[in-house]
Write a protein that binds this ligand. Structure first.
Ligand code: SF4
Length: 62
């Protein structure tokens, strides 16, 4: 099972949202000021969200 975590102490939220822009599966979405995870089971483990996050706030693991 995929485990996705967002460290909200590091995440810049909607002001950044780089991960939301790149996620091909729409797993990461903007909800108000926050980035939230939806439909986690759709995650393809491509890890581009981890690659683009400037704060290393996103972690994806199997
Ligand atoms: S690993 Fe890929 S599919 Fe999964 S949340 Fe990140 S960008 Fe989306």
């Amino acid at each position: 099972m995929v485990k996705i975590t967002i460290d909200y102490d590091k995440c810049d939220g909607a002001d950044c949202a780089e991960c939301v822009d790149v996620c091909p599966m729409e797993v990461l979405i903007i909800d108000g000021e926050k980035i939230v995870i939806q439909n986690k089971e759709e995650c393809s483990l491509c890890e581009v969200c981890m690659d683009v996050c400037p704060n290393e706030a996103v972690n994806v693991e199997e």
